[in-house]
Design a protein around this ligand. Structure first.
Ligand SMILES: Cc1ncc(COP(=O)(O)O)c(C=O)c1O
Length: 431
């Protein structure tokens, strides 16, 4: 059977990582400007995380989070430490294994609370067009990329979408009005939750604090749970523990994943406001909210998470992210003026989308070709085909020289393509 892997030689498989770089089996090193899958925030070979996981595997390699009979000590300690860095009032945490699971748990919890309130018809879940929340019958449904809605039959019912209010381009106020009008048309009394990324990963659209405040006020007025998906933006990616705190947002539920362990183990967190938590635990015991999976809150992941919090505590990673992010943004904007192939640059912190809409309309392989040309120059980036863009999302520990290397690589790759360079196979590594 042909698979994408069949396009790759064995020597091209990744075997090792150190700092911000990974090496393939043939011995070639690459600057990993996609941080694995946007998650390896503190880079490879981080001794603090390695030691924490090593020590935990010896002490207690597994402990169940299902039910509350005997949770592990590390789960309680890490939850307390994590709650300290979340926006005020978000102080209860349920650990899970990945981002999509956290999204699905949040919306099912929202609906569960509506049943407890005696409002079974307030059960619609709203996602934003262009938003991404992972794969699964709930997560794909809430994701605002229509190709995911139809590729595997009916998904979670009662999910709708509205336009993303994000961005300073055009008239930001009109964006917001358009987004909210759709919710008003639908009937806010029927909406249980709205799920929002503060920076939309698929395209780098940034929510402003005014837009965040308007959305939050709308949700408060209509008793809609505001679920902020910080799976990518949280734990340093945007230069803070959470983007919500910077925006002055205090969501009902805040979701973390990816960088929460810097990718050293699978972990996500559904973080609840005290009001949501109280509604949940004050319900009659026979109407408890059942959720969970065997490896949720795995002690090795919690050990990695604890080490990540330690590494972020002195604020240097955040300061570095903001400073390197500013350099990256400036470099990308300068580059977009010289390369007509680039139609837009958007993002914040160390997550930037470089869009190629016109070229991609002419050649569906264009974005993959840019990625392959960059790979030739030793830089790995992520491809967003639906948008169509490259996502530059390097580890937060890149230095100035690394940022220059990424910018130089992209400059060179776009130059290569403009002067007729073609990859041997334009579909190679296509995702
Ligand atoms: C914003 C956001 N939410 C959820 C997810 C899904 O996370 P996971 O891949 O861990 O299921 C992703 C993954 O890319 C994401 O970017």
């Amino acid at each position: 059977m042909a698979t994408h892997l069949s396009y790759l030689e064995r020597g091209e498989l990744i075997v090792e990582g150190e700092g911000v770089r990974v090496r393939d089996a043939d011995g070639r090193w690459y600057l990993d400007a996609r941080s694995g899958f946007w998650n390896v925030t503190l880079g490879y070979g981080h001794q603090g995380i390695i030691e924490a996981v090593r020590s935990q595997v010896t002490r207690l390699p597994y402990g169940s989070m299902w039910g509350y009979g005997r949770p592990t000590e590390i789960a309680v300690d890490y939850a307390s430490a994590l709650a300290e860095v979340l926006p005020e009032g978000i102080d209860h945490i349920r650990f899970q294994s990945n981002g999509a699971q956290a999204v699905e748990t949040a919306v099912l919890l929202s609906r569960h609370l509506r049943l407890l309130e005696g409002r079974p018809h307030k059960n619609a879940v709203v996602g934003l067009w262009g938003g991404f929340h992972g794969f699964g019958p709930g997560a794909s449904a809430i994701t605002g990329l229509s190709y995911l809605h139809h590729h595997a039959g009916p998904l979670l019912p009662d999910v709708m979408h509205t336009r993303a209010p994000h961005g300073e381009e055009g008239d930001a106020a009109t964006n917001m009005e358009g987004a909210l009008r759709r919710l008003l048309d639908h009937g806010p009394d029927r909406i249980s939750a709205v799920v929002v990324e503060p920076v939309i990963g698929e395209g780098g659209h940034v929510l402003t604090s005014e837009q965040a405040a308007a959305l939050s006020a709308f949700c408060d007025e209509h008793e809609i749970h505001l679920v902020v998906d910080e799976v990518t933006t949280g734990m340093g990616r945007t230069g803070d523990y959470t983007r919500s705190a910077r925006l002055g947002l205090r969501p009902d539920m805040l979701l973390l994943g990816k960088g929460i362990t810097s990718g050293y183990a699978g972990l996500s967190a559904v973080c609840l406001s005290s009001e949501v938590y109280r509604a949940l635990v004050e319900a009659p015991v026979e109407r408890f909210f059942a959720t969970g999976s065997t490896h949720d809150g795995h002690p090795l992941a919690l050990a990695a998470g604890t080490a990540v919090l330690d590494a972020l505590a002195d604020g240097k990673v955040f300061a570095g992210t903001r400073a390197r992010g500013a350099t990256l943004a400036e470099g990308l904007r300068e580059l977009s003026e010289r390369h007509p192939a680039v139609s837009a640059v958007r993002g914040t912190g160390l997550m930037y989308a470089v869009e190629f809409s016109e070229n991609a309309a002419r050649d569906p392989w264009f974005v993959n070709k840019v990625r392959l040309a960059l790979e030739e120059r030793g830089v790995l980036v992520a491809v967003l085909n639906a948008v169509p863009s490259l996502m530059i999302i390097p580890p937060l520990v890149v230095d100035d020289a690394d940022v220059e290397e990424i910018l130089g690589g992209l400059d060179g790759a776009l130059g290569d393509l403009a002067s007729g360079w073609e990859p041997a196979d334009e579909t190679k590594g296509f995702v």
